[in-house]
Design a protein around this ligand. Structure first.
Ligand SMILES: *Cc1c(COP(=O)(O)O)cnc(C)c1O
Length: 409
């Protein structure tokens, strides 16, 4: 029995929705289905406005562009995340300023203040594995008068905001909650990823949720961002295709990052049953792993539920006490040899060639290294059977005892 690490949902609902798009709409790129998907995200999150795009990273770049972030500006990011968090900044000319994380993998709010300079324009906290950051603490730091007085606005939107923007990297956390409120409504901007390995997927895609302060008009910003996502064009090809609607304008230097209707169809079929079925199934998988690994003192279980935070159960980031990075690699080797797909989230950015060459050093982020060195992500996806879950647990336990060379107990 081979158990892959991740599998996208391609079920009869997805096929039916895709079939409807291909058979009945006569349209392939951004059109009616994307609008329905945006509406479904609004319902799921209660965000003020939602703009769907073709990936998380293009959504983040679009929002940084919207804010007028550019060459030489700084954006604070955690050192423990997927590289896209930092690439969204680098690709628009900004400098990602990395800070270390807490033991639960989320950005350490006490490290923010020292990282802020007069060039800081935004911060991108990451809800890693689906576990929300402590947003109240992050907001408290940013609303400090001393911090606010350092902010030098250099664009109309920066002027209007009057402080550092919080752009949540919620690539993992669709459906998660922070203090009883859905992720998507906690920060100025939240971007979900709809990439194939995420909880809801459109193959490739992203969803931008807006909850800007009251000086912004969400309907106006929605229409502006929709234009910015198609080269700054005021009408999509679908709108221009209506008889007599040929005239348009280019109102800003946009990107070409719109989501096609073909992709939206896949996500639509999933989001409609996300809260009722897909998310509870992920939670059950977490519960099973928690129940089995809590019997072992060497297992450090990932955080997934507390009074204040509920995960979206995206990644089961198991950690193993008192092992080295080499032992972790050997455990993974053993697990893989038994046909079970596991993964490591993430190789810290300062260990990757691009970032090393830019001067980032692993020694500056000791907690990130500590977490990385003994982390193993286990499969979590809809459709995993009890038999498969039992095999995964059994294989991990067997691999642990074989590598640490302890008699099994
Ligand atoms: C997947 C992921 C992204 C990138 O998402 P794309 O949609 O592929 O651009 C960004 N951040 C994190 C933490 C991710 O896991």
């Amino acid at each position: 029995m081979i158990i892959p690490f991740s599998l996208p949902i391609i079920d009869s609902d997805v096929i039916a929705e895709m079939n409807d798009t291909l058979t009945n709409t006569g349209w392939l790129t951004s059109g009616p289905k994307v609008l329905v998907l945006e509406n479904e995200f609004k319902k799921l999150t209660t965000a003020e406005a939602v703009v769907c795009v073709n990936s998380w990273v293009s959504g983040a770049m679009l929002m940084l562009r919207w804010l007028g972030v550019g060459y030489g500006d700084e954006v604070i990011v955690p050192s423990y995340t997927y590289c896209a968090t930092a690439l969204a900044c680098l690709n628009i000319g900004a400098i990602p300023v990395m800070i270390d994380v807490l033991d639960d993998f989320t950005l350490d709010p006490t490290k923010i203040k020292a990282a802020i300079t007069s060039k800081t324009k935004a911060i991108i906290p990451v809800d890693i594995g689906g576990w929300p950051c402590d947003y109240d603490q992050i907001h408290t730091v940013l609303n400090d008068q001393e911090i606010k007085s350092k902010f030098i606005p250099q664009s109309p939107n920066q002027e209007k905001l009057g402080r550092i923007l919080v752009l949540a990297d919620a690539a993992h956390s669709v459906g998660a909650n922070y203090k009883g409120r859905p992720i998507g409504t906690i920060t100025d901007v939240t971007v979900f990823s709809l990439h194939s390995v995420k909880n809801i997927t459109t193959g490739e895609g992203g969803a931008i949720c807006l909850n800007l302060p009251k000086q912004f008009d969400h309907i106006e910003e929605y229409h502006y961002l929709k234009a910015l996502s198609i080269n700054g064009q005021t009408k999509s090809a679908f709108e221009k295709n209506q008889v007599g609607e040929w005239k348009y304008d280019i109102i800003g230097q946009g990107l070409k990052v719109n989501m096609p209707d073909i992709c939206a169809s896949v996500g639509l079929a999933q989001i409609r049953k996300y809260k009722s079925t897909l998310l509870p199934e992920r939670k059950e998988i977490f519960n099973f792993y928690n129940q089995e690994f809590s019997k072992h003192t060497w297992a450090i279980l990932p955080k997934s539920e507390s009074e204040e935070r509920i995960s979206s159960f995206h990644l089961y980031m198991l950690r193993i006490k008192n092992i080295t990075e080499e032992q972790r690699d050997a455990i993974i080797q053993h697990i893989s040899s038994k046909g079970v797909g596991v993964n490591v989230h993430y190789i810290p950015m300062p260990m990757l060639t691009l970032f090393k060459n830019l001067g980032y050093q692993m020694d500056d982020y000791p907690i990130t290294y500590k977490l990385y060195a003994n982390e193993i992500s286990l499969p979590v996806y809809n459709g995993l059977t009890n038999e498969q879950l039992q095999k995964i647990v059994e294989t991990v336990i067997e691999a642990y005892f074989s590598v640490v060379n302890e008699p099994r107990h």
